[in-house]
Design a protein around this ligand. Structure first.
Ligand SMILES: [Zn+2]
Ligand SMILES: [Zn+2]
Length: 319
């Protein structure tokens, strides 16, 4: 970390090549050649700036603590939407929700009814099917409460609009999963409907009984990925459900104003929804979007994930 903190344009620091691989993987570094060096060059610096802008971090262009901590955090496999250079300035960007290129959404008559099903073959054994179904029912219900779209589970996997499954490693869509932590899940923009979770994660439905330090909250990830299925890309608002990273044992299931505004711009509002139904804390969180969290808890989890990152670097360099 010391070395990263001091690094700037012109430096060579062990581990920068792995950071470049990450930035390339998520769409920040465009390069034909994936053999990256440890040089902190101009291209790397601008990739860091774009990453910082997309993740709502301060735009230092350096490997500061927040930046390295976000790079080391478990995350969604969907690449982040890159803002065009015209809207990206050093003086800040608007932090909010985003869409996929072309702004795709499900085009059905309103009120819309969509179905989802679980793959009978690609599943995990340590959670019961009723536990998994209950989690997804709650996750779909959150989105349904804000837009005029309803979701129902069907047994008919082949004809379901949205298809959910747990997969390991390479699984046929050239977006292989990477084992414990790292990439957690990915799903596709409308009207594809595919929702894939990394079967190698320790998925939790209840942190009271699941004690693993690397456990990931299934409901938080389900809620996030459903946002993609509906047409939302990643948000740069840290508190939003559509933010790309999630810490082990973190629960983030309540839609924030940013998520709601984003999805309502695609589908309109559920007639029964009113902003007043958001709790006081949701509203104040949303109002404090641009304030950096300085709680002790968040720095502890950042340190924990940096520890994970060091191990990752060690793993890569021993390969
Ligand atoms: Zn995502
Ligand atoms: Zn996949």
């Amino acid at each position: 970390m010391e070395n990263f903190l001091k690094a700037q344009r012109g430096s060579h620091v062990n581990g920068i090549s792995e950071l470049k691989t990450y930035l390339h993987r998520f769409g920040y570094l465009l390069s034909e050649n994936a053999n990256f060096t440890d040089a902190f060059d101009v291209t790397f610096e601008s990739a860091i700036l774009r990453f910082q802008s997309n993740l709502g971090l301060s735009l230092s262009g350096k490997l500061d603590f927040d930046t390295v901590s976000q790079i080391s955090a478990p995350r969604c496999g969907v690449p982040d939407t890159i803002f065009s250079t015209s809207t990206f300035t050093l003086h800040g960007t608007t932090r909010h929700y985003a869409y996929f290129p072309g702004k795709p959404r499900w085009a059905r008559r309103m009120p819309m009814k969509l179905t989802y099903a679980f793959s009978p073959d690609y599943t995990i054994r340590y959670l019961s099917s009723s536990q998994i179904k209950a989690v997804f029912k709650r996750a779909f219900a959150r989105w349904a409460s804000v837009i005029p779209v309803s979701f129902s589970e069907t047994e008919d996997y082949v004809y379901a609009d949205m298809k959910i499954g747990f997969y390991s490693g390479e699984h046929g869509d050239s977006e292989p999963f990477d084992g414990v932590l790292g990439v957690l899940a990915h799903s596709f923009s409308p009207e594809n409907g595919k929702f894939h979770l990394d079967a190698a994660e320790r998925w939790a439905v209840d942190f009271g009984t699941e004690k693993s330090a690397v456990a990931m909250d299934l409901e938080s990830v389900a809620t996030h990925e459903i946002g993609h299925l509906l047409g939302l890309a990643h948000s740069s608002v840290k508190q939003a459900v559509m933010y790309p990273t999630l810490r082990p044992r973190e629960k983030k299931v309540d839609l924030q104003l940013d998520d709601i505004q984003g999805v309502q711009a695609l589908y309109g509002s559920n007639p029964n929804f009113n902003v007043g139904s958001l709790s006081e804390s949701d509203i104040s969180t949303n109002q404090a979007l641009n304030l950096r969290s300085t709680t002790r808890l968040s720095s502890i989890s950042a340190i924990a994930s940096f520890w994970f990152f060091l191990n990752l670097i060690h793993f890569f360099s021993s390969m």
